[in-house]
Design a protein around this ligand. Structure first.
Ligand SMILES: *[C@@H]1O[C@H](CO)[C@@H](O)[C@H](O)[C@H]1NC(C)=O
Ligand SMILES: *[C@@H]1O[C@H](CO)[C@@H](O)[C@H](O)[C@H]1NC(C)=O
Length: 210
């Protein structure tokens, strides 16, 4: 019982009035896909972060989004069934992209790694930055430029990925809206459950690459 109470106190702290939205916070996601999974490394893993703190994880074995401590003690912060379904859909697209790249390079049997990172930040309640990019075998592969908006290929195989991800104009608008509206919206929704913990831990915003 004591650890639960302690976690609740850490998280809730004194009631934070709605007007104080000061401070800098980020929500980010790191995805890793392996063409050859091995013991302890499933083919797909995702970790979500609030500032530099792991907040939930998901992998291709359990296929469930699992909140991590202290968020695992918090009720009502997220619908974990819905989040799990979303991560399953993202896993499918992510692994299909890895498979397309290996087809492009005619290397179905090799051992390859695909990574994705995306997220957004709020500075004093203002949406102040976002990023979305992928790497293949540790090299930049494609990234989203939300000002154009468009996917910018950084590898020969990424031309095909760009074509697929921009097949309909609405896809690009959705990616832009995700970074500029949905992601900051989620972060604003999570902050009442998280701000006290993030501030007390002296956590760092953020994981966003420059
Ligand atoms: C923070 O920003 C959102 C979106 O612009 C707004 O709806 C909300 O009222 C703001 N909160 C505060 C405390 O300023
Ligand atoms: C938030 O970010 C702004 C701009 O980078 C910086 O000037 C400010 O000191 C930061 N605030 C906190 C509370 O870290």
């Amino acid at each position: 019982m004591v650890p639960v109470l302690l976690a609740l106190l850490l998280l809730l702290g004194p009631a934070v009035p709605e007007e104080t939205q000061a401070g800098n916070y980020s929500l980010s996601f790191l995805y890793t896909g392996l063409s050859k999974p091995r013991e302890g490394f499933p083919s797909f893993q995702a970790v979500a972060y609030l500032n530099d703190q792991p907040f939930f994880r998901y992998n291709s074995e359990g296929r469930r989004a699992e909140p991590l401590a202290p968020w695992s003690q918090v009720e009502g912060m997220e619908d974990w069934e819905k989040e799990s379904a979303l991560q399953r859909a993202r896993e499918d697209i992510f692994m299909e992209t890895l498979s397309d790249i290996m087809d492009y390079y005619k290397d179905r049997e090799g051992s390859h790694t695909f990574q994705g990172a995306f997220g957004c930040e709020l500075r004093n309640n203002e949406s102040s930055g976002a990023f979305w990019g992928y790497a293949y075998d540790g090299q930049d592969f494609i990234k989203f430029d939300k000002e154009i908006p468009a996917w910018v290929p950084l590898d020969p195989a990424a031309q095909n990925t760009k074509r697929k991800w921009e097949a309909e104009a609405v896809y690009v608008q959705r990616a832009k809206a995700y970074l500029e509206e949905e992601c900051p919206g989620m972060l604003r929704r999570y902050l009442p459950y998280s701000r006290t913990h993030l501030d007390r831990q002296g956590t760092r915003c953020c994981l966003c690459p420059p």
